[in-house]
Design a protein around this ligand. Structure first.
Ligand code: HMG
Ligand code: MG
Length: 328
């Protein structure tokens, strides 16, 4: 039933890899995405159209997008590929590829009617705002107000192409520069602005992993008080303090059903010193299973991928569940 269903957004290929210093071969990234698609994951954040000067690891996102549109990727159900685009320049770079492959993806303009259309992946654009002025300056090179104004253009242009838009808000439960004092009302205000601009979903980013159960609960109550619906919210927990699953439990109780996670617990943020990875997908899938919630994702398959990709990038496997499942 609908009540038991949880959507996990796999952010490993983007959030998980963006901070890696050593260039990861294109073929490895594509293999990662293809393997994830086969596990039953429905949305994969596949790349980022940001400045290669700032995030060199994401520089080949165009090639990734092209590959995904030009090859049939096997998956048990419909797939959505998500790509970050922080400004018009990033969006135009993505749009150029999309316009050359217009028949390769399904859009919101022509709702899929089953059959062949079902087999086409959807593409989603992800923009990212911040809950504090310091983080906005560091991550986006502008203040919050200016970022919200420029996102309006990106949202409009995305909609014109029939693309769904996800909007992140970073540092909602703690900021590396401003500490724990992030105002939940400010988060709700930014979320409202983004939704009114046309964003389809808000992903609340606990970028630093500083979120705690009581403050996660307070944030979600504040969002509800501002009239934001649970179905428009995703939670994006980093596990720096090991609180991600606790905060996930609180969010589930609140009625949230979309969560971001990263295979092998890969990740970090280039502008968030000390931030470790996203909560591991393996841990999320296992946790949801213990609660009788359905993710549609094959735990053993994700555990295998976690072990493989962490080895490929030369990192420890940060998924406790992944290691337990594999007996490693
Ligand atoms: P800007 O205002 O143009 O200023 O970009 P800049 O000085 O940063 O620009 C540097 C160069 O990049 C310029 O080129 C720009 O034209 C170019 P130059 O004149 O030196 O030759 N440029 C671009 N190139 C390609 N694609 C673009 C683009 N934009 C500018 N889109 C901007 C400001 C923020 C766009 C830029 O600084 C940037 O791309 N920064 C990287 C931000 C980033 O990727 N952060 C990590 C992702 S967010 C995240 O991880 C958080 C999240 O996971 C949720 C959570 O955990 O909280 C989503
Ligand atoms: Mg993140």
């Amino acid at each position: 039933s609908q009540g038991n269903r949880v959507k996990l957004v796999e952010v490993g290929p983007r959030d998980g890899l963006q901070n890696e210093k050593k260039t990861i071969p294109l073929a490895t990234k594509i293999e990662l995405i293809e393997r994830l698609a086969r596990t039953g994951v429905s949305t994969i954040e596949a790349g980022s159209f940001v400045s290669p000067k700032w995030v060199p690891q994401m520089a080949n996102s165009s090639e990734i997008m092209e590959h995904l549109l030009q090859h049939k990727i096997q998956s048990p159900g419909p797939l959505t590929y998500s790509f970050l685009a922080p400004n018009s320049k990033g969006f135009e770079n993505a749009a150029n590829i999309l316009k050359q492959n217009l028949r390769a993806f399904s859009t919101q303009l022509e709702p899929s009617i089953g059959g062949e259309a079902e087999a086409k992946p959807a593409v989603e654009v992800a923009i990212f705002a911040a809950a504090t002025e310091s983080f906005s300056q560091k991550n986006l090179n502008c203040d919050i107000q200016k970022s919200l104004e420029s996102f309006k253009t990106v949202i409009q242009d995305s909609k014109a192409l029939g693309l769904r838009v996800r909007a992140y808000i970073s540092v909602v439960l703690g900021c590396p520069f401003e500490g724990f004092d992030v105002d939940p009302h400010k988060v709700a205000e930014i979320a409202t602005d983004l939704l009114e601009s046309g964003a389809d979903e808000i992903s609340l980013g606990d970028t630093t992993g500083m979120g705690t159960a009581p403050r996660t609960s307070a944030l979600l109550r504040c969002m509800a008080a501002a009239g934001i619906r649970n179905e428009d919210i995703a939670m994006h927990f980093h596990d720096t303090y090991g609180q991600a699953l606790v905060n996930t439990a609180v969010s589930l109780e609140h009625g949230i059903r979309t969560f971001d996670s990263s295979v092998g617990g890969l990740g970090g943020c280039p502008y968030s010193p000390g931030a470790t990875g996203n909560v591991a997908t393996e841990n999320m899938v296992y946790f949801m299973e213990t609660l009788g919630m359905e993710t549609g994702i094959d735990l053993d398959a994700v555990a295998d991928i976690g072990a493989w990709i962490t080895e490929e990038v030369g990192r420890a496997n940060d998924s406790t569940v992944g290691k337990a499942v594999l007996g490693a």
